[in-house]
Every structure is written in C-alpha cells, then in structure tokens.
Ligand binder design. Sequence first.
Ligand code: FNR
Length: 350
Amino acid sequence: MLYTPVKFRNVELKNRWVMSPMCMYSSKDGLANDFHFVHYGSRSQGGTGLIMVEATGVELRGRITNQCMGIWNDEQAEKLQKIVEFIHTNSESKAGIQLAHSGRKGSTWNNIQISVEEGWETVAPSPVPYHPNERIPHELTEEEIRDLIQNFKDAAGRAVKAGFDIIEIHGAHGYLIHQFLSPLSNIRTDEYGGSFENRIRFLLEIVDAVNEELNENTALFVRISGTEYAENGWSLEDSIELAKELKTHDVDLVDVSSGGNIHGAKIPVFEGYQVPFSSRVRNEAGVKTGAVGLITKMEQAEEILQKGDADLIFVAREILRNPYIAVQGSFEMKEECFFPHQYLRAKISS
Ligand code: FNR
C-alpha cells in the first residue's frame, strides 16, 4: 500500500510517504532561504509523496525561536512559493505547510527561554508557564484570540497563493492550540475554557477560518497530540472525540503525534510508539490519519497501512538521514514510485 495513491479533496498523493514537519531554525526574519530550497527540494527528488514544510509562524510571536520560519507577510510567502514551484516542476510530490503558533513555548533558544528583549512576551490561554522557572505568559483576551484566528486565516490565504496543496494546522506538542485543548494549561472561565466543547473552540474556529481560504485543490490536515501522558490532562479519548468534530468541520486528515505540553511527562518511546494512537483515532472517529514516530523501515510502514492503523506515514529523523527513503523503498519493494528522470540509470543495479 505504500506505493498506492490517496486523495484528499482533489489533491492526489502518489504514495504514502510524508516528510514530517521539522523546524530547521535557519530563517532570518522568518524567511526561507537557499538552505530550505535544497532541503525540501532534495526530499521531493527522493520521491516523497508529500513534503510538509516545517512549523511556520502565523505571527511574529508564534515562532519558537528568532530563527523559525514565518508566513505573516507576503515576502515570506514569496520565498516559500519558489520552493513549491520547484517541487511541482521537478517532481510528483505535493507540497504542504504546517501553520503554527508557539504560545507559551515561544521566545526560546535551544529549548531555554530567552528574555523579552532578545525574544518577545509569550501568550497563552492562561497565565500558566510551561516550566515553573519560565515567565508567566500573557493571558490572551477574547479580542486577541479573534486576532489570532485571523492570523491563521491570513497565513492560509498566503499559503494557498504560494501554491501549497496541503495546509496543516499545528495543534500538537504543547504549542498554542494544544495549550487551549488541555485542562492543565487552559484554566479560562470564558467560552474558550472549562468544558471540552469550550477548550476545543479555538481550534475549531481556526479550522473554519482556514477552510474559508481553501478550495477543492487544497486540503486541510490537523496535527494533534493523541495524549499528553498526564493525569487529568488531554487524553486519547479526548483526541477521538476531537477527531469526530474535526471531521464534521471538513478536516481531511488527523496527523496523530503525542506529548509536549507537560514538562517532565514520561513518554514511553519505542518503535512506532504513537501508531496505536493513530489507529484508535482512525478507527473510532472514522477519519483518515497519519502515523508518526520512530517509523524507519519499509516493512514497518507497510504493515501500519495494511493493518488499517493509518493512511499516511510521516517520517522525520529518518528522512533527514535518508532523503531518498521513498525511492529507495520502491526500488527494494519493486514498486513503482516517481523516480527523477535524471536518475533513471540508478534503477539498473548491475
Ligand atoms: C520535529 N518535529 C516537529 N513536529 C512538528 O509538528 N512541527 C515541527 O516543526 C517539528 N520540528 C521538528 C524538528 C526536528 C529537527 C525533529 C527531529 C522533529 C517532530 C517530528 O515531526 C516528528 O513528529 C518526530 O520527530 C517523531 O518522528 P520520527 O523522528 O521518529 O520519525
């Protein structure tokens, strides 16, 4: 199944390999540069079905570090457009972008919070820092929440104009949207906090606003943390209920990761450790899902698809090691996969 196509709206991915979004901390003023061009371009030459550009800030305060990518202005979108055009012209890969806001986990370098002067004042649903030693984030007002939803919408509009085929909203890993989802980081008493319905409201309003910018030629994914591994925190059952809602709000795929919101949470990490979360969300909410996390081998990826645990395979660290994982896999499995015509002789081993 790894080399069978799958369609989201009118967007057809040639195979099930996805380059998982990965911050490269290599932008100045949020701009993509030559590094990003080669980095994403080479993975498209590697036959990857979908290239997902890293977490990209929808506003300046939405970055994690000063060197994160952004899409809050047109200049940033124009740089990204060059990468998309290269991917579309020189490969059969599709291009996606992850729209993100760091919330209370922003203004950092090497995972350590930097000063307001060097970075910025962070924002969050509630004045609860990620780590007790960190500054207390600014509690967003309802008006500021509305502005942020607009930021996501504007960013999506720019991404569509730049030619992206897939937009992914980053609702995982303890960043702003996840901070709203979890009762441990969201202790608001207005309509954005308290009940499950209130905590998921911010994400659903972003989804609806972003969808207004999309059409049948651009699909919408949402990445979530399936669980945050904390008592009374965001749970897998919550994720399943959320996924049902996302489906009714025209989300095409839920990309199921985990963790990131609770400092010091114990995460049992092993081969394919997050696949069971993807499987439950997929089968209990009836949505398409992506599996991610220590998936490094063809047979493992194939089995995940065969067992119905996921529809797409997101690969992060392994695709940094091997940009040609999709082409190489197709070669080993003797399956058809897009092969750059310049590399056709590599198909002949003797
Ligand atoms: C990541 N990850 C990540 N996730 C995300 O949703 N947005 C991002 O921008 C990043 N950035 C990032 C940078 C780097 C260098 C790494 C290694 C990882 C997480 C990543 O997408 C993936 O979920 C995890 O790495 C687990 O998958 P692997 O690495 O086991 O295949």
